[in-house]
Design a protein around this ligand. Structure first.
Ligand code: FAD
Ligand code: MG
Length: 398
């Protein structure tokens, strides 16, 4: 979370605000008739006037949505909806932008249905119910995300831990029952957290938690995967320019319609949402932040945020306030933003610089900004901010 798209320079084109799923009216009409057992010829004849009407209407919609204005800008479809516990907005450009955005939301909902710990019928809930028992057959998508989570667990030597569920439940951060648990409760939950006890059987497509009481939580990675799935849906409908915003987890497709890069702002952790301290111009890139300012509660003057150190069982204290990761795939950027946060500035940057095509921007509690070397000459910082590049002795001021 915590990244904002700066769309101030987007081309001005017609915008369709989608507030509901567009229903396929002609298809529905035809389906009802077929069900009553009409002959094919009869069905077509009877449906003709209505189909003609819908075709004409569709043509008008396409003309407005997809067709070009004098400047040649393509149509745009924008839809905002609530999913994955956050506000999701997709803006897509292209002649089939509207259908594309609808498909993209379907994909996001499908990921939520599979990977939400709060949905009783999800794969994650099923695996958690069977903890200590039998392996659970899961969807290919779930298996893919669990395998990715395993990789980031290994790369971070267990700091990123998809089996963090017992601690997430105990703290309840982001829910209305958040509280500071007793040290005994923390110790008991912590003993059930170890990603190495998540058994993945790729051949059978199953996942199993070795011990009763263990619980998967894919909250640090599945939102990124959902963004990737949304992007796939857009691409399949021929969309070449789009941005996908999952509560601040950004994935951009291509460039802006005018050919210039998308400009993604990085949230200033000390300011209201939307206030940024830096901008990265990007094409085909995910930009994802993890921070202490996203989900937290305060008690007796202490802030307790939602990224938990599996070693202590308490919110991670690494000196980082926000970690932003840029990567081609949002699933990697999402997992890595949490991983970098958990590893701290030095170890986090060391990991990032070993991964091809990955960049990071870290803000520390003492207002220092560190970026990976690949962002030199790319990232633009706001006035008054100084940025250091990992491994370099000089700093860039603005
Ligand atoms: P990130 O840094 O990306 O992730 C932080 C989250 O990762 C924590 O909230 C926790 O879930 C988990 N985590 C904590 N410590 C670790 C660790 N050491 N290793 C690995 N993971 C860790 N929110 C709602 O309020 N209601 C919902 O119904 C809801 N449904 C969701 C369904 C899905 C499929 C997903 C992916 C998210 C959902 N969320 C929901 C949001 C979720 O609870 C988290 O708040 C969100 O995913 C955190 O994202 P982030 O980008 O802020 O932080
Ligand atoms: Mg994350």
């Amino acid at each position: 979370m915590g990244v904002n798209v700066n769309t101030s320079t987007t081309t001005h084109v017609e915008t369709h605000k989608e507030t509901h799923k567009p229903g396929g009216a002609p298809a529905r009409y035809a389906k009802g008739r077929y069900a009553r057992g009409w002959s094919r010829a009869h069905r077509w004849t009877a449906a003709l006037p209505r189909l003609t009407f819908w075709f004409m209407l569709a043509a008008v919609v396409v003309a407005v949505a997809g067709c070009n204005r004098p400047g040649g800008a393509p149509g745009v479809s924008v839809r905002t909806s609530f999913a994955l516990g956050t506000l999701v907005q997709i803006r897509a450009y292209g002649s089939k932008a509207r259908e594309a955005v609808s498909d993209a939301f379907d994909r996001i909902e499908a990921v939520e249905a599979l990977m939400s710990a709060n949905v009783a019928t999800s794969d994650v809930a099923a695996v958690n119910r069977e903890a200590g028992g039998l392996p659970t057959r899961v969807a290919d998508d779930t298996l893919y995300v669990v395998k990715k989570a395993r990789r980031y667990g290994d790369l971070s030597r267990g700091r990123f831990d998809m089996a963090i569920g017992p601690l997430v439940r105990l703290w309840g951060i982001g829910t209305n029952h958040a509280r500071v648990p007793s040290p005994e409760e923390v110790a008991a939950a912590r003993s059930l957290v170890d990603h190495r006890d998540v058994e993945i059987d790729e051949t059978r497509g199953t996942v199993r938690l070795r011990r009763a009481g263990m619980a998967l939580d894919l909250g640090a990675i599945a939102k990124g995967f959902a963004a990737d799935r949304a992007a796939e849906a857009l691409l399949q409908q021929g969309v070449k320019s789009a941005f996908i915003d999952l509560g601040g987890n950004i994935l951009v497709l291509g460039s802006k319609p005018d050919g210039s890069p998308w400009r993604v702002g990085i949230q200033n952790p000390w300011k209201e949402r939307g206030a940024t301290f830096a901008v990265v111009p990007v094409r085909d890139m995910a930009v994802v932040s993890s921070g202490t300012y996203e989900r937290f509660f305060e008690q007796a003057g202490t802030r307790y945020h939602h990224i938990i150190d599996p070693d202590t069982g308490y919110p991670a204290e690494t000196g980082i306030v926000s970690a932003t990761v840029l990567a081609r795939r949002a699933v990697d950027a999402d997992a890595l933003s949490t991983t970098v946060f958990l590893l701290g500035p030095s170890n986090g940057m060391r990991l990032v610089t070993q991964l091809p095509g990955v960049q990071a921007v870290i803000v520390t509690q003492d207002r220092q900004v560190m970026a990976s070397p690949g962002l030199r000459g790319v990232i633009e910082v706001s006035k008054g901010w100084t940025i250091r590049f990992y491994g370099a002795s000089d700093a860039q001021e603005s």
